[in-house]
Design a protein around this ligand. Structure first.
Ligand code: 0WD
Length: 254
């Protein structure tokens, strides 16, 4: 039987077929979940709709997470469409490319604010509006990176935003546990996606992982997708406030 039969799950952050959110969607749909996808703006709408069309029963809704009114509208649409929500997958981040190279100390005030708004606050902003729909309990998860724990070359302000995101996981888990809603994160190894294009010297990062990670290979999106499926399912019912590394073990080496 399917682990996510009759579960309604919101998936935010599909930009194209290489997006981590897309691999997560595949794993969730494979276990029978019904999915709602969002797109940031009209520029990506068509692409997201084409992908969503390949998943039966899914719906596609607009939402730019920097606009509160759009998140309000999203929550209303989910209520109409689904009634009850069981899961929310947050796979969204952004920082200006000029803040993702050189020295962290040079980060601008508005670059810092923008990175934190989209990459960290958006989890809380959406959770705030969708947790009331999780009347049968629920599971919320987000995507993070080792740069939250360590100072890593070029990751800069995004690392600081991911640290805020990881702290948000713990505070949200503590708030929402009373409603049987769990909140967790996956810390993925580097994967070549649209977002990774913004990181300087990404190839050398991948090479390092291949050489040094205990499993001697880079992370594939399907590996993240399957862990996300576990987090959305009953199998992880005792896990909350946690960050699981899906990085072929890279984080344990010095
Ligand atoms: O190596 C990697 N790729 C890793 C990514 C390693 C560890 C973690 N992550 C994280 C990212 O930081 C992010 O939180 O995984 C998450 C997903 O990233 P991804 O799949 O690597 O990248 P991508 O396919 O670009 O998806 C991120 C999407 C955006 O894509 P673009 O490239 O168009 O910015 O986040 C969405 C958008 O779809 N997004 C927004 N959605 C709504 N409102 C907004 C916004 N304002 N800004 C970005």
């Amino acid at each position: 039987s399917q682990l996510l039969a009759n579960k309604n799950i919101l998936v935010m952050g599909v930009a194209n077929d290489r997006s981590i959110a897309w691999a997560i969607a595949q794993s969730l749909a494979g276990q029978g979940a019904r999915l709602a996808f969002t797109y940031e703006n009209e520029r990506v709408e068509e692409r997201v709709r084409k992908l969503a069309d390949t998943i039966p029963n899914s719906v596609v809704l607009p939402c730019n997470v920097t606009v509160d009114a759009e998140i309000d509208t999203l929550a209303e649409a989910l209520k109409t469409e689904f009634g009850v929500l069981h899961g929310f997958v947050h796979s969204i981040a952004f920082a200006r490319t000029e803040e993702l190279e050189g020295l962290y100390v040079d980060t601008s005030r508005d670059g810092f604010a923008l990175a934190h708004d989209i990459s960290a606050y958006s989890l809380t902003a959406v959770a705030k509006r969708v947790y009331p729909l999780m009347t049968e309990g629920g599971s919320i998860m987000t995507m993070t990176y080792l740069g939250a724990e360590r100072a890593m070359k070029n990751y800069n302000v995004m690392g600081v935003a991911k640290a805020a995101l990881e702290a948000s996981i713990r505070y949200l888990a503590n708030d929402l546990g009373q409603f049987n809603i769990r909140v967790n994160g996956i810390s993925a190894g580097p994967i070549r996606t649209l977002a990774a294009k913004g990181i300087k010297d990404f190839n050398s990062i991948l090479r390092q992982v291949e050489e040094k990670a205990p499993l001697r290979r880079t992370t594939e999106t399907a590996e993240v997708g399957d862990t996300a499926m576990f987090l959305m399912s009953h199998l992880s019912r005792g896990v909350t406030g946690e960050v699981i590394h899906v990085d072929n073990g890279y984080h344990i080496i010095g």
